[in-house]
Structures are given as C-alpha cells and as structure tokens.
Design a protein around this ligand. Structure first.
Ligand code: COA
Length: 186
C-alpha cells in the first residue's frame, strides 16, 4: 500500500498534513538550529537553498512512493512547529521507518508524543503497516524517552552506523509492532 495521507490528522493541539513549499521558511527555522540537529545525521540548514534542496529530495521520495513527509502545525498559531515522516517503506514486509523533529521552543510540552500518537494510529490503521522502526543517537535522551513512552522496544545498538557531522556514531535501533500498538490503545 502506498504511503499517503488524504485528510490532515487532527489532535487536541495539532494538525498533521503533507508538507508544502510554503512550509519551508518555518522548517528552515526548525532545522537551522544546531541544538535541534545536534543528534541528527545531517548538518543544520544554512539557508533557503538547503530548504529547497531538501524539499526537492523529499518530493522525489514521495513520488517514488517510499516516503510520506508531513508537517506538524500548531492550531493556536497556524504555523509549522516541526515535521515527521515515514520513509524507507518496505511494502512486502509492510514496514517503514519513522523520523521527527520539533522546534526547540516547543520541546518538553508533549507535542511530539501527541503528533506521533496520531501518526502511528494512521500508520497501523489505514496504511496497514505491520512494523515501524526508528534509529536514534544513543546520546539523544529526549528521543529515546519519547519512543519508549510510545511503546517502542529498544532492539539493539548498531555500531558506527552513522557518519554524523564527521564523527562515526553508534545508533540505537527501536521497533514497534502493530500488535504492540493495538494492545496499548483503548
Ligand atoms: C526528540 C523530540 C522530538 C521530543 O519532542 P518533545 O515534544 O519535546 O517530546 P514530548 O514532550 O512529547 O516528550 C515525550 C516523552 O519524552 C520525555 N522527554 C522529552 N524530552 C526529554 C529530555 N530532554 N530528557 C528526558 N526525557 C525527555 C518526556 O518526559 C516524555 O515522557 P513522559 O510522557 O513519560 O513524560 C525533540 O526533543 C526534538 O525535536 N529534538 C531534536 C530533533 C531530534 O532529536 N529528533 C529525533 C531524531 S531520532
């Protein structure tokens, strides 16, 4: 099944919808912050050229059907405060990888947990995925805590999997099964 989102996902404080070119200035503010990209395997965006290059790359992946890139909008301000994506879709195994990033001003207020709960409902429901994976720099305590809180299992550590900002970096591998998620939902 292709990765798609026809209607925005709505939560109490947020809406999640596919990314549009008009979101790039807000996403540049998020991804241009070194504190945000510190544990991510890419450099901070340095300007609108970086933002556009990213958008072109994501569109290519979406057209190929292997990714779904979304933005997270705050209802109260209407602006994009972060993004989340499903990528590396493996259709025969009904498996994909999860990624997410939130602007620093919004950390620690339960926003990403709220967004990912809605996204995981969509992924394991209408998209019929069976397994979702996530990779995390072991120093990224916030991300590991978030995944654990959502019910992901830490399945192992992959040695020096990333070259991140010139440094070889171990990666913690997390996995969540559809049946794990179903068991946690009311
Ligand atoms: C990781 C990130 C998305 C977390 O988003 P967030 O909205 O601040 O997280 P939440 O507020 O929803 O918190 C979810 C859980 O993680 C915990 N948590 C959040 N930040 C934490 C931190 N700095 N240290 C320890 N635990 C933390 C929360 O306590 C919460 O657990 P609880 O529900 O049991 O209280 C955000 O910090 C971020 O964008 N970081 C930079 C980008 C990044 O690292 N992306 C992930 C790459 S793998």
């Amino acid at each position: 099944m292709p990765l798609r989102l026809d209607q925005p996902l709505e939560t109490a404080r947020l809406a999640i919808r596919p990314v549009a070119e008009a979101d790039l200035p807000a996403l540049l503010a998020v991804n241009g912050d070194d504190a945000v990209t510190r544990y991510l395997p890419y450099a901070s965006w340095r300007g609108s050229e970086d933002a556009r290059a990213w958008y072109t790359r994501m569109n290519g992946l979406q057209l190929a059907g292997s990714a779904l890139q979304m933005v997270i909008l705050e209802h109260s301000s209407g602006t994009a405060i972060g993004s989340c994506l499903l990528f590396r879709l493996d259709n025969p195994s009904a498996r994909a990888e999860l990624g997410y990033v939130l602007g620093r001003a919004h950390w620690g207020q339960g926003y990403m947990r709220e967004a990912l709960q809605a996204l995981l409902d969509h992924a394991f429901g209408p998209l019929a995925l069976r397994r979702i994976e996530a990779e995390v720099d072991p120093r990224n305590r916030a991300s590991s805590a978030l995944l654990t809180r959502l019910g992901f299992t830490h399945e192992g550590t992959l040695r020096e999997r990333w070259l991140s900002k010139g440094e070889a970096c171990d990666v913690d591998s997390f996995g969540l099964l559809q049946r794990d998620w179903a068991a946690r939902r009311p």
